[in-house]
Design a protein around this ligand. Structure first.
Ligand code: GRF
Length: 200
């Protein structure tokens, strides 16, 4: 079984999509062994509980220094002994020590078609605000490996979504989630669990 640890910060809709696809058999031979949030109030932790999965909070606010947080995050992941780490709406820059420990075994979902609207400062609603401000007619989502950069790892999947007249950032975010994120992230996890995509 592919052991998956999922890092979250907010609502957890991508986490929910992974749970749903595991539970309905779309993703075979995989299981979420731990959910880690940097935000103790993240609804994603409630979702983990609802799916009888261990959810823990490791917050920078609980540590004197960033290095201590980084080490705690690494420990929290290693304890779960995952084969794959999934960043699903995780708003923390992944520390070097984690990248090294889980080289080529961390994937991220980004709510745009990389290389557009990505990198430092592009996260959550800010991505969709920039998409609307630029006036592009097509956006979407990307699943990529996580490396030392921000949104710079090898692209594994992308799915395009139309921008509609009158879209607000919130409406566009929801469409990108429904029509792209919640489809391509489980699909890539399924391909990793089946061995079609190699990790490590
Ligand atoms: C999503 O737009 C995701 O692409 C981004 O964070 C947002 C919240 O995701 N990384 P979730 O509902 O917490 O999964």
């Amino acid at each position: 079984m592919l052991r998956i640890a999922v890092c979250v910060s907010g609502g957890g809709t991508n986490l929910e999509a992974i749970f749903k696809n595991i539970e309905n058999g779309t993703i075979e031979n995989a299981g979420i062994v731990r959910v880690i949030s940097n935000n103790k109030n993240a609804y994603a932790l409630t979702r983990a509980d609802d799916h009888n999965t261990e959810g823990i909070c490791i917050s920078p606010k609980d540590f004197e220094t960033r290095d201590e947080f980084n080490e705690a995050l690494l420990r929290g992941l290693k304890e779960a002994d995952p084969d794959l780490v999934v960043l699903a709406g995780f708003l923390v820059n992944v520390p070097e020590c984690v990248i090294r420990e889980f080289k080529n075994r961390i994937i991220n979902i980004h709510p745009s078609l990389i290389p557009s609207f990505c990198g430092k400062g592009y996260y959550g609603l800010k991505v969709h605000e920039a998409v609307l401000a630029r006036g592009v007619k097509v956006t979407g989502a990307t699943v990529h490996f996580v490396d030392e950069g921000i949104d710079t790892g090898k692209i594994l999947a992308q799915k395009a979504v139309s921008v509609m007249d009158g879209d607000t950032p919130e409406v566009l975010q929801r469409r990108v989630m429904e029509q792209a994120e919640w489809i391509i992230l489980p699909d890539i996890i399924s391909k990793i669990a089946s061995g079609e995509i190699k990790i490590g």
